[in-house]
Design a protein around this ligand. Structure first.
Ligand code: NAP
Length: 304
């Protein structure tokens, strides 16, 4: 199979050996090698920021396999006619669960509350985890992984999703107001779609309990930046941990960088790692070549 690697050049040395080691039958080509005969390409491996924006010449490609879980930048590409699969990878799920658990524990234990200033803050004792309500927006692959890890250490976990599909150990609702109003710690893992853009606006943030924390490793578009800055002044939320932004990298003069109650991380919550994700990509490419059903197909209508 001839596979085009349509991802940033910098990722080639990391991904090419991992993919070709697993699939020696694969001829993996960079964009400059495939340009001469795009009709000969059987499948495309895609990540944002790569060299290909027009997918229409690849008339025989049976699959576009995204290396990212979030596909908003490719699913909206009008030249995409090929089936699109997103990345669902155990390493991504584990990484996201670790990121969210770490920041949840910072919020839960009040790690910022105790200062080296001679004040004995004995009244600031956190509850046990089962006295803390964590709400996750988005109960997909990543939301469920985060819920399992947080539930495993005792947190009360609630979830919000479009379908309200049941998740063991999690009270899932389709009622966003209900989800927000109980969220002492709110984790956003919704994808970027027309339906989720601006979802966390001033009115919705005002539903959070006083002193809540917001952790957003989902997508920056879900959040109204200006509304968050105003909401922080009112303590709903009291602190925001943000990994994703409307503009990335976050511009140096953006107020989030210097806000005392905002923590910025640079889109590092969950990385697609070749050691766990290359086997997923190769399995899907082989399925496409054999005309078997591919895994993790994106629903174009829904956008995720
Ligand atoms: P997923 O499996 O597609 O799950 C998406 C979830 O969101 C589903 O539960 C879905 O509901 C729900 N949803 C979508 N639109 C909704 C709406 N309008 N209202 C309510 N619920 C809605 O996605 P995933 O693999 O968990 O990934 C989630 C997101 O994480 C990605 O899209 C990406 O933006 C982000 N991400 C970030 C990083 C990072 O490093 N920061 C890394 C990877 C991914 P249903 O279950 O009812 O369909």
């Amino acid at each position: 199979m001839r596979v085009l690697f349509a991802a940033p050049d910098a990722s080639w040395p990391v991904w090419a050996p991992a993919l070709t080691r697993l699939a020696p039958e694969m001829e993996l080509l960079r964009a400059d090698q495939a340009g001469a005969d795009p009709a000969s390409i059987d499948a495309i491996i895609y990540a944002p920021g790569g060299p290909i924006s027009d997918l229409s010449p690849f008339v025989n490609a049976r699959l576009v396999q995204s290396l990212w879980a979030g596909v908003e930048r490719i699913v909206t590409n009008p030249t995409l006619t090929q089936p699109l699969a997103r990345m669902v990878d155990p390493g991504l799920a584990r990484g996201m669960a670790e990121y969210c658990t770490g920041w949840t524990l910072r919020a839960h234990l009040g790690m910022d509350a105790y200062q080296q200033d001679g004040v004995w803050r004995h009244d600031l004792t956190p509850p046990l985890a089962d006295g803390r309500q964590v709400t996750i927006l988005g109960m997909g692959e990543l939301g469920r992984s985060v819920a399992a890890m947080l539930g495993g250490i005792g947190f009360r976990v609630a979830g919000f999703s479009a379908s309200g599909r049941a998740v063991e150990g999690v009270e899932v609702t389709i009622d966003l107001g209900r989800a927000l109003s109980r969220a002492e710690i709110l984790i956003n893992l919704l994808p970027d779609t027309p339906q989720t853009q601006g979802l966390l606006d001033a009115d919705r943030l005002a539903l959070l309990p006083q002193g809540a924390w917001l952790i957003n490793p989902g997508r920056g578009t879900v959040l109204d930046d200006g509304a968050l800055l105003t909401a922080l002044d009112k303590g709903r939320p009291a602190h925001a941990v943000l990994d994703v932004f409307r503009t990335e990298p976050l511009p140096p003069d953006h107020p989030f960088w210097s806000h005392p109650r905002v923590t910025v991380t640079p889109h590092i919550a969950a990385e697609t790692r070749p050691e766990t994700a290359a086997p997923v990509a190769v399995e899907n490419l082989r399925r496409a070549m054999a005309r078997r059903p591919v895994l993790h197909l994106v629903d174009r209508q829904k956008g995720y």
